[in-house]
Structures are given as C-alpha cells and as structure tokens.
Design a protein around this ligand. Structure first.
Ligand code: SF4
Ligand code: FES
Length: 799
C-alpha cells in the first residue's frame, strides 16, 4: 500500500489508484464533470485540478495516479484558483439561465459553479449557440448547454456498446451529435440523462413537468424482467413524474434499462381502471367493491358447489408480486383447485416434476463479468435483460468468451467468440451435440444418457460446435450456460433444460435458467400447479396454463393478463373464455380486460403497491408504494385478502403485506440461496417439434418466437414514449433473402402466415440474420396474436 497525504490527512492507497479515487474513499470531495467511476478517464474538463507537492502546476485528480509519499492539497489557494479558472472557462459558452433549464436544481454545473466558481467572469464575448439534435422519443437535447465532458459518448462506446453519439469538430466548433442524424435507439439510452452533468440531455417525457426539489422519492423494484432493477420512483402530489436508477452494485449497478425508466408513463394514463365493473349484457357498469366481491365469491362458490373446485383455473401475470402470487394460489387451493399458473408463454411442461424450487441463476449476477466463458442458448439477451447484457459485454471486453446458440443472429452489444444459428427445431439437437462434446472433453462421456447421445447423433459435429465446447471446457475455467426466454418457452424447453442441468451436474458448468419477470416469486409462492408454497410437492397437482385452456374449465380468473398478448395461444384462450360460465379479470387497464369478463377488479399499478420481488439470483427485494392507487383501484393483495374473507376461507386475516411474507416464510426461507438445476430425467423426455399440415402453394417453416422488448407486459405496452421507439416498431415477418426468393416473394408483396390457430397478413422485411427454414414472427403483439405461439407456420405468397 502507498502512503498519501490529502489536505494534511494521511491515507493508504492501492498502487495504481488515482487521487480522486483515494479522495472519494476518504470522503474528501473534489469537483468533477468528465470523471465517472464506471467510465474511462478522459480528463478533458479539468475541473478536478488539485495542487500536488513538487508538481510544477495543478494536476487533474481523476487522471493522476498516487505515488508513495504524495502530498495533495484540494483546498489550497493554488487548487482553488485552478478550479475557479476552469469554471470560468466552462461557463464561457454555457447559458446562465438556470431558472429555465430542466436540469436546474440537480445540475452539477450549477452546484459546482456556486461551490467552486467565482462571482464574475472576464469573458464578455457573445456565447455560441448549438443546434439541437433529435434523439428520438426518450431524450431531449439542448446542445448549447453541453460542456463536452464526453460522458455520453464514452457511455455509448464503453458501456452500451452502441456508438450513437460522438464528438465532431474541434475547439469552439466541437459538438456532440449523432453521426448520421439518427435517433438514440439503444435499450439503455436513458442512462446518458443521468450521466450528463448539465441540462444538455434530459428526459423527454419528464421535461418541465416538475422541479427536483418538489419531488418525493420512493424505493421501487422493476417488475418487467427477472433482474429486479432498483428504482427511485419520484412523485409530486400522488402523480409519478419519473423513475431513476437506485444504485445497487449487485443488481443494476447505477444503470437502468429504458423499459424500467419509462414504463411509469402508463400508470398515469387515461386507460386506468378506477372502479370495479360488472358486465350487464354487452356493456360494463361500475359497481361498489362490496357488490363486486360478493358477486365473485358467490359465483366461484356456485361453480365449486355445482361442478367442483377443479373447474376453476387462474392464469397469473408473471409480473405479479410475491404477495399476490401467494394469496391467489391460497384462494384457489382453498376452493379445491391447484389450477394456477404464471408461466403463460411456456409451451412445454413435461419436466415439471423434475423441476427445482424455482428456475434462476446459480451464481450471483454481479459475478457474471468475472466468468471465463458463457454459452447463451435461446435468448435475445440484449433486449430480454439489457443490464445483464452490459455485464456480459464487460466479460467480453476483459477477454472472456461468449458463445451463442440461437435461432437467429440477434444484434448483440458484445463480441461473440462463436455463434451457431440454427432453425428452432434444430436447437435441442445442436445443444445435445455440444453436451456430448463437453462430456467427452471432461471425461464424462460414459455417463451420457442414451437419449442425449441419440439426439446428438442427429447432428454432424462441425467446427462451430467444437468451438463452443472448447469455450466451455478450458482448464479450471469458470463457465456458465444461460437459457433465456426463447429457450424456456421453446416447444422442446424440457429437453433444453435437461441438457443444461446434465452438464451442470456432471461437467462442472454453472447454469442459469432465466424465468419471465417475477417468475421466481411465482414458483416460490406456489403459483404453479404442481408445487405448493416453498416448492413443496403437491400430492394432487392441478392443470398448467396450457391444460387449463385445453380442458375448457367452467371458470377462469385472469390476474393481470391481457388475452391477446400475454398467453401463448390467445385464440384458444379466447375460445375457452367464451365457453366458460364465469370469468373474473383483475386488471390495471380498461383496454386489457377481455370482453368475456363477468366481473372486473381494478388493480393498482406497480408504483402503487408494497410488493415483494425475487430476482433470478434468488434475492428477495421489497418495493414500497410511491403513490396512492388511482381512483378505487386497490393493491392486488388487499383485493385477494378480502375476497378470501367473502369466500369465508380460513387464514385471510393479514393486516399488512408483511404478514403474507411472514406466512410464506413459515415454509420457505427467503434468504436461502436458490438451486436451479432440474433433476436429470432425460430418458422420460422425447425430442418433439410440432408439425403443421402442408398448405397448397405455401411453405412450411419453423417460427422464431420472441417477445419484443416493449411488448412484454400490459404496463410496458401502454408506455407512450417507449411505444414510439424503433424497438416498438417490430410487426413484420423477417426471413432471409434466399428463403424469400425461393418462395417467389417480390419486394413490395405480401405474405400470409398460417398457424394451427389462424392466419394473418404481415409486412415482410428481408433479413439475413434469420436462417434458412425459418421465419421470425414476434409474439406478445395484438397483430400476431391470431397465430398463437405455434412453432411451425405455413407462409404463402399473396398475388
Ligand atoms: S451532452 Fe452532456 S454528457 Fe454529453 S458531452 Fe455534453 S455535457 Fe457531457
Ligand atoms: S474530472 Fe478530472 S478532468 Fe474532468
């Protein structure tokens, strides 16, 4: 350790650390603009100049490594004068109109001008002005305010992996701009707003709607993916104004995905449900809570009496909270039904009995970037989990290898060492080939299950598979196989999970089976048909989300579910609801209510509830309500708790949401690390891939099914700014040029896409990222809902 003196105090410092790092850890503040601990050192603003003994002039603290015996003064006359001069220089061109700037009140330039600047300037020249750049629907620019710190540029280049902004021109003419006048389309673009130390980059939806000192902050957790990013939800007078990241190095660090940052917009929209509704003929009528609860309890009681509790099924949104999952399954089970499931897009449930307590990752997210290698199977990880993709990018930057087995070549923001792209029906076969190669390399070939060997022999080993296996088998290497949403919702998902678990069990590889949204909490709370809370086995398992629809039950509870977007086969769900005697919908939004709903309960939004979330690492995090529920909407757990009372069920006397957690903790320790491997049971699982009937004049193709980043749940789908981004503009069929030519498709033509569920005409975009034998048709969208999630489609060229 080195000995350093700062302002007369002695400190110890690691060799290689800079003055600003040592000062920060000692709590000594040095002003700065361009320096940020997550970015490289640019040392271009010069605001951090300090006096260093024996140095001929002040030195930038952010770029000066400490040496043994170094003596630093941050408050001496020389240091203060240097900082004051720099501030005067930075303000030459900066407008001095803080009262009309959106950044006013939270502006490092404003604060440091007061703390470290002088009271006047010798510069009398006319200030320059710079044209604004249109960066799209999320970020507003006022480039005259830019001080050229390049934080935004370095963020794109170093963290996000997308060079959207750059510095053009020199000296007086230097500008920050997009290169080709394009918008900022990265899924993490909003972070430049937090990084920008002035009002040059601000949030477009939030701009001029509040002043920072008026805002009240509340701790939130993002419900949109299984990372559970920590949010700072800011409101004034009960209206959410914006969402910022809350630092948590173990989860989201200091970043936020745009989905988590801007989804709050929908909680203030006009589409919110604010009263319980009852259907009278074709129309809905508002009713009082007591009447609605009475009606639902008597209808469910009636179904139970006339048929049996098993004729009731509950489909639950994976974005629900731990408390909601727990109480809903408790009601269903008390009524005699285990037909409760949150895995709405899953198609393959054959391995349920071999499942662990919950899926997830068997290593901390914060260690991902320290791995030697990762194999991603079935995931557009950059859009599915934008912040995990940033960690993988760091892994690649540090020399780690990332291999990919996917049904199409998604645009990653990291370098891959190997990418194998095969049509969806080949994924399990190629994965089995990789497993066989890994088993051979690790001396475990004789343990390979027969089924896996059979599957592997259907694919000829190529150098691509060898390269992936090599990435997973280096000496003492710490590697991870990560299965994303495309794999988890694949028709052969059981096989993929089994192969991953087998390698985890036998070849010393870590695995991550990533669930949808708050899915880990769904499993832990017993919101699956085959498990009770805490993962205990269920002697009389109920029906999973697919069977509940196949078997046409008498009553359905739709909890936060939007029929045309959230379920794998919307057409079948719609038919089942048509035939049901009673449907109750819990929904935050009026337009998400299915027309078959007999009674509708208005659910409070995620910003309005105290809620527990368990992320994919198994970490339980709690959000507190930032604002009161809109109108007469209520937190889901309160509605369920009172519904339990109306149904005269025992054990529904919780006073706070904490009481529900306490009850769950009687059977499950939420602080326990999770184990995510499935019990090896490969012999029981066949490789399946549904075939569709050949249609005359059409071509049968595998369908690549993926949910676009801004279509994942009802809240995100109603967030206006997000829906104006390029990523939301995804309703098209993608196929490679060769495939389209072979079908006789001409540019400007149309294609009809048929699945077992229905037919839709879609615009076409040639895209060579899609392999031969497959087409990309997204799901989670109303436009493609008629196709369901059938894995094979017939594509017809229309005249
Ligand atoms: S726009 Fe903001 S973050 Fe980017 S260089 Fe200018 S001042 Fe720095
Ligand atoms: S913070 Fe050190 S030069 Fe900008």
């Amino acid at each position: 350790m080195l000995k350093v003196e700062i302002n007369g105090q002695q400190f110890e410092a690691e060799p290689g650390s800079t003055i600003i790092e040592v000062a920060d850890s000692a709590g000594i503040y040095i002003p700065r603009f361009c320096y940020h601990e997550k970015l490289s050192v640019a040392a271009n603003c010069r605001m951090c100049l300090v006096e260093v003994e024996k140095a001929p002039k002040p030195l930038p603290a952010c770029a000066t490594p400490v040496t043994d015996g170094m003596v630093v003064q941050t408050l001496s006359e020389i240091a203060k004068q240097a900082q004051e001069d720099t501030m005067e220089f930075l303000l030459i061109n900066h407008p001095l109109d803080c009262p009309i700037c959106d950044q006013g009140g939270e502006c490092p330039l404003q604060d440091q001008a007061i703390g470290f600047g002088g009271s006047s300037s010798v510069f009398k020249e006319v200030k320059r002005s710079v044209d604004n750049v249109d960066l799209g629907p999320l970020i507003t620019t006022e480039m005259t305010r830019c001080i050229h710190c390049t934080r935004c540029v370095r963020f794109g280049e170093e963290v996000a992996g997308v060079m959207e902004l750059g510095a053009i021109g020199r000296g007086e003419d230097m500008k920050i701009s997009t290169f080709l006048g394009t918008s900022m389309d990265s899924e993490v673009s909003g972070n430049v707003i937090d990084l920008c130390p002035v009002g040059a980059l601000t949030s477009k939806p939030y701009r001029f709607t509040a002043r920072t000192w008026e805002l009240n902050g509340h701790k939130g957790i993002s419900p949109h993916d299984c990372l559970g990013s920590n949010l700072e939800i800011q409101e004034i007078g009960g209206v959410v104004k914006r969402v910022l990241p809350r630092d948590n190095e173990a989860v989201n660090e200091c970043w936020l995905s745009d989905r988590d940052r801007y989804s709050y917009e929908s909680v203030n929209c006009n589409d919110r449900l604010t009263m319980p509704l009852v259907r009278r003929g074709e129309n809905y009528q508002e009713i009082e809570w007591a009447e609605a609860l009475d009606l639902v309890s008597s209808e469910l009681g009636q179904i139970k009496e006339t048929w049996s509790g098993e004729q009731i099924g509950a489909m639950v949104s994976p974005t629900s909270s731990l408390e909601e999952f727990f109480l809903l399954q408790k009601i269903l089970r008390a009524l005699g039904s285990s037909n409760v499931d949150h895995r709405l897009r899953q198609q393959d449930f054959r391995d349920d009995l071999a499942a662990p307590v919950c899926p997830g990752t068997e290593m901390p997210i914060s260690k991902f970037q320290e791995l030697d290698g990762v194999l991603i199977v079935g995931s557009n990880i950059r859009k599915e989990l934008p912040l995990i993709s940033l960690r993988l990018r760091r892994l690649a930057q540090q020399g780690g290898e990332i291999a990919v087995l996917n049904p199409m070549s998604f645009n990653h923001n990291f370098t891959t060492s190997q990418e194998v792209i095969v049509k969806p029906s080949m994924m399990a076969i190629v994965f089995a080939s990789i497993a066989r190669k890994v088993a051979t390399a690790t001396g475990k070939a004789d343990l390979l299950p027969r089924r896996l060997v059979e599957l592997a022999t259907r694919h000829e080993f190529g150098t691509d598979v060898d390269a992936i296996a090599d990435c997973l088998t280096g000496d003492d290497s710490d590697v991870l196989i990560l299965l994303g949403q495309i794999a988890m919702n694949h028709p052969d998902a059981s096989m993929l999970r089994q192969i991953a678990s087998w390698m985890g069990e036998n070849c010393g590889i870590r695995i991550a089976l990533l669930p949808d949204a708050n899915g880990v909490a769904g499993w832990v709370a017993g919101c699956v048909p085959h498990r009770l809370p805490g993962g205990r086995s269920n002697a009389s398992p109920g029906l999973n989300s697919k069977k509940m629809i196949d078997e046409r039950l008498k009553a359905y509870v739709l909890y936060g579910v939007e029929v045309s977007n959230d379920y794998a086969d919307p057409v079948a769900l719609d038919t089942a609801l048509n035939e049901a005697e009673f449907v109750v919908s819990f929904s935050t939004f009026r337009s998400a209510v299915p027309m078959q709903a007999d009674v509708v309960f208005p659910l409070a939004a995620f910003t309005e509830i105290d809620a527990g979330y368990i992320n994919c690492e198994g970490v339980t995090q709690f959000a507190s309500a930032a604002v009161k529920p809109m109108g007469q909407s209520r937190p889901g757990w309160k509605i369920l708790r009172v519904l339990g009372n109306f149904l005269k069920l025992d054990g529904f006397d919780h006073v706070t949401s904490k009481d529900i957690i306490t009850e769950l903790e009687e059977v499950y320790d939420l602080s326990e690390p999770i184990s995510v491997r499935y019990k090896p049971d490969l012999q029981a699982i066949n490789h399946v891939f549904a075939q569709s009937a050949e249609l005359k004049n059409g071509k049968q193709l595998d369908r690549i099914i993926d949910v676009p980043v801004y279509s994942v749940d009802p809240t995100v789908r109603r967030a206006t700014a997000l829906q104006s981004t390029k990523d939301a503009d995804t309703v098209a069929l993608l196929a490679c040029v060769e495939e389209l030519e072979e079908m006789g498709f001409k540019p400007g033509g149309r294609l009809a896409v048929h699945s077992k569920a229905g037919k839709v005409m879609l615009p076409v975009q040639p895209d060579d990222r899609v392999p031969r034998g497959a087409v990309y048709v997204p799901t989670g969208l109303s436009e493609t809902s008629v196709l369901g999630s059938f894995p094979v489609v017939v594509v017809q060229v229309m005249e």
